[in-house]
Design a protein around this ligand. Structure first.
Ligand code: NAP
Ligand code: SF4
Length: 667
């Protein structure tokens, strides 16, 4: 195979089959696992088939419980009937038609089950679940092993090439393996050999029942990241045991869900856990898949070329771009949508009981809804603003056949994403914008940077329609004295356009206020880019090294109540933790009185006080930048307003991109 990604493109014989390359779509709950109707299964079929068409060699589905006790949530349906297998045949057929292989993930939630029937090796409640599990009897254990076998048989019946047995992330199998959760005194608890009996029994029973032609992937916890779990030697020993019991591939998992160390968020450097994964790979004789924060073919290739893994498992990056593999192998890697690890439309959706999607690719999971149709008559369309909304609209419209031109006032495309990229752990945001730009270039869309598109310019251009995606501008403060030179915007603080002194007050504690607090309080950003610095900072192998703050930062808001309520469900805890560790002072229920030479005067908790500051950063939200749309009314042409320019309040990139894509598909 020619091209830059020879290791990634190389086929791999995994026993029951030869995988066409090294890209595995890792398991991710889609929110459709419990669906009972054919339409939902067709939707899943379409979702996975697009990923197979995009070149992924092996797809692992979202998790299915082998029995009712093992389901993740009360409304979930275990994978346990022949009717379900028949419905799933739609999925497997669709993936096979695109040349991909597909395995069903069987996951028993154990004490992570959010329902009344949860069970575990010992009746110890998880810190992330209110319900305590019931202790499994020996008969329960035997039945559960049989239920895994039934799930695997049904998977085969449905046409799956194999199963992935979930042995990591703190689910039931992890709970058997770890002394913290397994206090049994019978043959399933005590020494490691006894605690490991459960996964070994499952793998060997599935192998015995399904024969050598059926793929068994075992997802193994390489690092538990919780106390009183497995040592490194025990981790290796268990991996060898499941390999001996019949697993074909070890897929890797990092950290239990109750771990207090980030494992997939943006603050985790690319390939942060490859050191441990590589060590495991060298200790076992079956292929090992690397996972966690691998979001580009470059990183994936590096891991394979270094011999740290045989396969690369990516879940979110394949949501971001179904054609990840095809583009990588066709030399179009610059155009691969970059997963920015925000979790906003994938994991956060799942926990809000919504079907998952992707911020940079809203089509993910909604393929039928976002169906591009070629245009009957190609129009000349001007898109003003090359932020994510404008570029998304331009890409979709151009793909459908319109003649699109993009105008951007700034010297670079990307808008707010470029600002976000200055925040520790968000460097990928700029890369995501660059990927959109590269797609526009491939589509032949002229992108005029450093160009102010006024009505005269647009009139001269003879456009049929104009999309105004001019974004937002920071809201100005209305506090007496706010014209003081110590008051700067978040833009100036993040770009370094204004210098920031050692004592900082931040006015406004939305997402941007929090991000600015983190950026200004951090000494350096190495922990988000360098695996060793990350490991030290978060205590991956030893006590966490507390960062020392670069500045004394005070974050303030007028409303009362806890900070960070608007932050992402699955990532907000990390930002809150970082600000605590950086000793950022947080004042809620503040009234801003004035700014003068002595500092920022506020009223807080019924008392007046002065915060002595060198710099005050305004993070007070945004106003829409929409004047152009008003001025264009005279052109008497259709004008569309999208993204922040349409509605700035609570604007986030997810909504902006979605509006852009939807407009591009219908314009
Ligand atoms: P935001 O979430 O609307 O927060 C603006 C803050 O400014 C509020 O905390 C508000 O708090 C305060 N404020 C509003 N008007 C004010 C005024 N006139 N004077 C003083 N304070 C004022 O906006 P944002 O932080 O700019 O974020 C924009 C969008 O980006 C949001 O949708 C956000 O979710 C998203 N985002 C998220 C993240 C993240 O999750 N990490 C990061 C960046 C951006 P009080 O009214 O209580 O004072
Ligand atoms: Fe990645 Fe964010 Fe998309 Fe999830 S929503 S796949 S984290 S870019």
């Amino acid at each position: 195979m020619k091209g830059p990604f020879t290791a990634l493109a190389a086929p791999l014989d995994v026993g029951p089959m030869v995988l066409r390359n090294r890209i595995v779509m890792g398991s991710m709950h889609t929110g459709l696992e419990s669906a009972r109707d054919d339409a939902a299964h067709d939707r899943l079929a379409r979702f996975y088939a697009e990923r197979a068409k995009g070149g992924a060699a092996l797809i692992v589905t979202g998790g299915f419980g082998p029995n009712a006790a093992g389901r993740l949530a009360a409304e979930d349906l275990p994978f346990a009937t022949i009717e379900q297998a028949r419905q799933h045949a739609r999925i497997t057929r669709a993936v096979h038609d695109e040349g991909g292989a597909i395995a069903l993930q069987l996951v028993h939630a154990g004490r992570y089950g959010y329902h009344e029937d949860s069970v575990a090796p010992s009746p110890i409640r998880s810190p992330i679940n209110r319900a305590a599990p019931r202790e499994m009897t020996e008969a329960d254990i035997a039945d559960t092993i049989e239920d895994f076998v039934r799930g695997a048989r049904l998977a085969k019946e449905a046409g799956y090439d194999g199963v992935e047995i979930m042995g990591s992330e703190g689910y039931l199998i992890s709970q058997f393996l770890a002394p913290r959760t397994n206090k049994r005194t019978d043959a399933w608890g005590g020494p490691l050999e006894a605690r490991a009996r459960f996964p070994r029994a499952i793998v060997s029973a599935v192998r015995a029942a399904l024969g050598p032609g059926f793929l068994i992937v075992y997802r193994h916890s390489v690092l538990d990241l919780v106390e009183d779990a497995l040592s490194w030697d025990e981790t290796v020993w268990v991996a060898r045991e499941v390999a001996n019991a019949g697993a074909n591939i070890i897929n890797t998992g990092i950290g239990w869900h109750e771990a207090k160390i980030p494992t997939i968020a943006g603050v985790v450097p690319h390939g942060a856990f490859v050191g441990a994964i590589g060590k495991l790979k060298r200790a076992v004789s079956i292929p090992v898949a690397a996972s966690n924060r691998i979001n580009s073919p470059d990183v994936a290739e590096r891991i394979l070329a270094a011999g740290d893994a045989d396969l690369i498992s990516m879940a979110r990056p394949l949501l971001a771009d179904a054609a990840f593999a095809r583009k990588a192998f066709a030399g179009e890697q610059a155009e691969i949508n970059v997963c920015i690890a925000c979790n906003q439309a994938c994991l956060d959706h799942y926990f809000e009981n919504k079907v998952i999607s992707c911020l940079v690719n809203p089509r993910a999971g909604y393929e039928a809804e976002y169906e591009p149709a070629p245009v009957a008559r190609a129009k000349r369309i001007a898109v003003v603003g090359a932020g994510m909304a404008g570029m998304a609209a331009a890409i979709e419209a151009a793909r459908r056949g319109h003649h699109v031109e993009v105008f951007e006032r700034a010297p670079q495309a990307g808008g707010q994403m470029n600002l976000a990229a200055r925040v520790p752990g968000k460097a990928d945001y700029a890369a995501a914008a660059q990927a959109y730009l590269a797609q526009l270039r491939r589509l032949g869309v002229p992108v005029h940077l450093s160009t102010h598109a006024d009505p005269a310019l647009l009139a001269r251009g003879g456009f049929d329609e104009v999309v105004v995606a001019t974004g937002v501008r920071p809201r100005l403060l209305d506090i007496p004295g706010c014209d003081d030179e110590r008051v700067i915007s978040y833009e100036a603080a993040l770009t370094g356009a204004s210098s920031v002194g050692p004592r900082v007050a931040i006015i406004g504690a939305g997402g941007i206020g929090h991000d600015v607090a983190l950026t200004l309080a951090s000494q350096d950003h190495a922990a988000a880019t360098d695996a060793a610095a990350f490991a030290r900072r978060w205590g991956v192998a030893g006590p966490a090294q507390m960062p020392s703050p670069a500045r004394q930062v005070t974050l303030m808001k007028r409303q009362s109540g806890p900070f960070g309520r608007t932050l992402g469900k699955t990532t907000g805890w990390i930002l809150r933790q970082e600000l605590r560790d950086l000793r950022v002072a947080q004042l809620a229920g503040v009234t801003y009185l004035k700014i003068d030479a002595s500092g920022l005067h506020i009223e807080h908790d019924g008392a007046r006080r002065i915060i002595e500051v060198d710099t005050i950063v305004s993070c007070a939200g945004q106003e829409p930048e929409n004047e152009l749309a008003v001025e264009l009314a005279a052109l008497a042409k259709p004008v569309y307003l999208i993204g922040g320019a349409r509605h700035a309040a609570e604007l986030d990139a997810k909504r902006a991109v979605d509006e852009g894509v939807r407009l591009g598909l219908r314009i």
